[in-house]
Design a protein around this ligand. Structure first.
Ligand code: TRP
Length: 341
């Protein structure tokens, strides 16, 4: 069966963009067709200036929201990265295969390093090695497919390069993964700046719908979305990005094509009103399930504990094999076995 791995970083509250662009498909499609793992990558959240209490809170909340969005622990594996030591074990091994130039060339590293310097802090070494840890996340599980957004394809390319190089140098150990982009993922843009993705890490509220926003907050944000000059409702992403974004969101919520939906509106106001209601209705069941999960923290704990056990069992043999292939002496656990050799 195809193995799928994806990760979500607990650096901000999850957004409508995360849900319509990724999580919904993981729940509706991927967990049914593949052997899928979904990981809250908390170690990655420590690569930039962070607040420990906030990371802890967001890790729990992200895991709960993945379950609320429909990921079913009977069908897929949901777990927290730091609960499975294999990720950091393999990351070190891959650091011995990756070049420093390769890491420095990563676009995201360059952008984030500038941002961290501007904020007056230093750049953490882990920000540079970030994509190597991500490669370890992927390669530890023999992953075939990595569903990610465009901004992550360069990192998946690096994971591919490292897998190929490792296999050539030290013998076949890793499956070579590939990034996949769902054919019909909604690309949800910031409501106030429709040229920018609705990202969770930006955390400046008005253009971003968070999954746990109250219905009235959702309505308010959508009603105040920027539209474009002009009156007609047409689907023209280049010329009228604000209206196109609303049409994309509406289509993702109610089904249908953005361009066709445009025909049923003669004002921006009516489009906004319907989009707001469609989003509120789409998020309603998710918010309700999330509330139930919050009332039963023991359940979430149990899911994450079992998820980590399963993940560990999948990753361990491959990471052990990588260590042996690299020339590390195998530890001998049992003195009786040792004497018999
Ligand atoms: N870097 C990814 C992001 O920022 C998160 C991530 C970490 C990830 N490890 C992964 C995604 C492994 C897919 C597979 O979105």
């Amino acid at each position: 069966m195809t193995r799928v791995f994806s990760g979500i970083k607990p650096t901000g509250h999850l957004t409508l963009g995360n849900y319509l662009g990724a999580m919904r498909r993981w729940a509706d499609v991927d967990q049914h067709r593949a052997d899928a793992l979904f990981c809250v990558v908390d170690l990655h959240a420590l690569t930039v200036d962070h607040d420990p209490a906030r990371v802890r809170r967001l890790t729990r909340q992200s895991a709960s929201l993945l379950l609320a969005a429909g990921l079913d622990p009977r069908l897929c594996t949901v777990f927290v990265q730091s609960h499975v030591d294999e990720h950091t074990r393999l990351s070190y091994a891959l650091e011995c295969v990756a070049g420093d130039g390769e890491a420095r060339r990563m676009i995201q590293y360059k952008e984030k390093a500038v941002r961290e310097r501007e904020r007056g802090g230093g750049v953490r070494l882990s920000l540079l090695t970030y994509p190597v840890l991500m490669a370890a996340d992927i390669l530890a599980y023999g992953t075939d497919e990595v569903p990610v957004g465009d901004d992550q394809t360069q990192h998946v390319e690096l994971a591919r390069d490292l897998a190929v190089r490792f296999n050539q140098r030290y013998g076949h150990t890793f499956t070579v993964p590939r990034a996949t982009r769902p054919a019909v993922a909604a690309r949800v843009m910031n409501l106030r700046e429709p040229a920018a993705k609705m990202g969770k890490s930006d955390d400046s509220g008005p253009g971003i719908v968070y999954l746990l926003d109250e219905p009235d907050t959702v309505r308010g944000k959508i009603m105040r979305a920027v539209t474009d000059s002009g009156q007609e409702v047409v689907h023209d992403p280049a010329g009228r990005p604000g209206v196109a974004n609303l049409l994309e969101i509406l289509a993702a919520c109610v089904g249908g094509e953005p361009a066709a939906l445009a025909g049923s509106y003669d004002s921006y106001g009516a489009l906004k009103k319907d989009t707001a209601e469609a989003v509120v209705e789409t998020l309603r069941p998710l918010r309700e399930r999330h509330r139930e999960l919050c009332a039963d923290p023991g359940h979430v704990d149990a899911v994450l504990r079992e998820g980590a056990e399963r993940a560990r069992a999948m990753a361990r043999p491959r990471v052990d094999a990588a260590y042996r292939a690299l020339g590390l002496l195998e530890p001998v656990a049992d003195p009786v076995v040792n004497a018999a050799r």
